[in-house]
Design a protein around this ligand. Structure first.
Ligand code: GLN
Length: 550
């Protein structure tokens, strides 16, 4: 309950017709608008799959795993929530069917049901309702809960039944159902079709959920006739049929489009909340810089193994865009498959890049290509940012090329190698459990004065988020430093958190993931300065003669 004992208000967002409608972006946009109208908002997502969390899932299945400050491995939609709203997500912000069931089964094994038969209804649905309450608190006015999946899916039914019950319990004025659907455009017929939306709403109504607001995703504008039809057949007022057309330039335009149709005001009115003034001027300025940057463009090479997957490095791509906004420059992403570098060499694929980034990753496929990319950036003075596995690659390359450890490697890729410059962390040696068992979440890092890292962050103490099992082997610290790669940031338990090469203009790698703490209004300092250095590189040093080997 929020201050004054008033019931926390709830908005439930469901989806219909197809998946990938952008429910997460919509939830984040609504949260931003409501926050900017003076309300304290929390977001949460339910995912109907049986994995306890996405931490063990392949990027091919799930895209990026987003890590919260308190160390939860979560769905990538939580990244949108945090980037749009700057509202911190927690362990209570993402529940899967697997997590709900394992809580219930654990309670059953502990004798918590006193001999009763444990059933989907009421025990699973009660557990889901408890998970909704987990984000309610004294100072939360509105909770937005997104239900993953699509209406009609067998696996989402317990979640839908739970939110139906929840709204019944808290009353109409305290709970709101928003349903997102697709209104497809049939090119051959030159027509928009509302029938799939009608059918998906009818499915929801058959299980007792009557949407209050319908958001229609479409490629083209909805005409009056389409809105009228949806309003009539789906039983919602005309102004509560909201159009969410594909945005032209950036996902950060979605809040502006929804605001134009007063979606935030409709939500507040439906929830019997006062419509307070809205201030989005900083968001407008940000959009303007993003869409019309005045410093030209920089090309950033991203060397990974899932570059064909849009979602695998989502937060990294977004953070690069944030860096571009901060530097008023367009960021062009040039994705490079690391295995291709192994085939063709880095020169062929990375020449022409103004900056090179190696993101996090697991396993040894394509690793030599990433190591070559780190070497290319080092030798050619191209600004370089290595993240987690990217830092491991930078360390291996430097150890091999500059310290004479020809066979240096990471214990992850070659457990029997002679020079394990990257090793399994002590605390990980007996860990057998797969999920939630890495070094996860926010940790403090101390930055050394007079370093590039210090100039970038401007302070001695920072907190960034982690997700790894391997670390820099401190036995090699002295020799690496003697040869010109220093450790400029360390954790309280002496884990190397940042490395850099002072003789290089901008060569930095970090053990943490700065991409989990970057927003369009406030780029993470590492991304901001990486793009700044790439911009300098593109202006000053790109000409052929200056691009020679050093
Ligand atoms: N695979 C490496 C480790 O576990 C790096 C992890 C990452 O890049 N997130 O330490």
């Amino acid at each position: 309950m929020p201050k004054g004992g008033q019931q926390t208000k709830h908005i439930f967002i469901t989806g219909g017709v197809v998946s990938s409608l952008g429910k997460g972006l919509t939830a984040a946009s609504i949260a931003l608008l409501l926050k900017r109208r003076g309300y304290s908002v929390k977001l949460q997502k339910f995912d109907p799959y049986i994995n306890v969390d996405p931490g063990t899932m392949s990027p091919y299945q799930h895209g990026e795993v987003y890590v919260t400050a308190d160390g939860a491995e979560t769905d990538l939609d939580l990244g949108h929530y945090e980037r749009f709203t700057d509202i911190e997500c927690t362990q209570a912000s993402n529940f899967t069917t697997g997590r709900i069931y394992s809580n219930v089964i654990k309670r059953e094994r502990d004798g918590g049901y006193m001999g009763g038969t444990v059933q989907v209804i009421p025990h699973i649905t009660d557990e889901i309702k408890k998970s909704i309450q987990a984000v309610e608190s004294e100072d939360v006015d509105i909770v937005i809960t997104e239900i993953g999946g699509t209406s009609g899916d067998i696996e989402s039914l317990p979640f839908l039944e739970a939110i139906r019950q929840y709204r019944q319990e808290i009353g109409r004025k305290n709970g709101l159902f928003i349903h997102m659907t697709l209104v497809p455009y049939l090119r051959a017929a030159g027509e928009l079709k509302t029938k799939p939306s009608q059918q998906s709403v009818s499915l929801l109504r058959s299980i007792g959920i009557f949407p209050d607001i319908i958001i229609c995703r479409s490629e083209v504008e909805l005409g009056k006739e389409h809105r009228d039809k949806i309003s009539l057949f789906c039983n919602v007022d005309k102004e509560l049929v909201i159009e969410e057309k594909d945005v032209e330039n950036s996902i950060y335009e979605v809040p502006r489009e929804l605001k134009k149709q007063k979606l935030d005001i409709h939500c507040l009115k439906q929830l019997d909340l006062q419509v307070k003034p809205l201030n989005m001027s900083d968001w407008g300025t940000m959009l303007n810089r993003l869409i019309h940057p005045c410093n030209g463009q920089v090309k950033i090479g991203i060397v990974g193994k899932y570059i064909s997957l849009q979602d695998a490095y989502k937060s990294v791509y977004e953070s690069l865009t944030h860096g571009g906004i901060a530097q008023n420059v367009k960021v062009v992403l040039h994705m490079v498959e690391s295995e291709k570098i192994e085939e063709c060499g880095p020169e062929a694929l990375l020449r022409g890049c103004d900056g090179i980034l190696i993101p996090g990753g697991f396993g040894d496929r394509g690793i030599e290509g990433k190591i070559m990319a780190a070497g290319f950036a080092r030798k050619h003075m191209v600004p370089f940012l290595g993240i987690c596995l990217g830092m491991h690659c930078a360390v291996i390359e430097f150890a091999r090329e500059c310290c004479g450890f020809e066979n240096a490697n990471s214990e992850e890729f070659d457990p029997s190698c002679a020079d394990k410059v990257i090793q399994l962390m002590k605390g990980q040696q007996n860990v057998k459990k797969q999920g939630g068992s890495m070094r996860l979440g926010s940790k403090v890092c101390k930055i050394l004065p007079d370093t590039q890292a210090y100039r970038i962050y401007g302070k001695e103490c920072i907190e960034e988020r982690h997700r790894h099992r391997f670390e820099f082997n401190n036995e090699y610290k002295k020799i690496m430093e003697e040869n010109g790669m220093i450790i400029s940031g360390v954790s309280s338990d002496f884990i190397a958190e940042i490395i850099e090469i002072p003789s290089h203009k901008w060569y930095i790698a970090c053990q943490f993931h700065p991409e989990y703490q970057s927003t369009p209004l406030k780029a993470n300092p590492l991304f901001k300065e990486f793009i700044g250095a790439s911009l300098d590189f593109s202006i000053n040093e790109k000409e052929e003669e200056k691009y020679a080997m050093v």
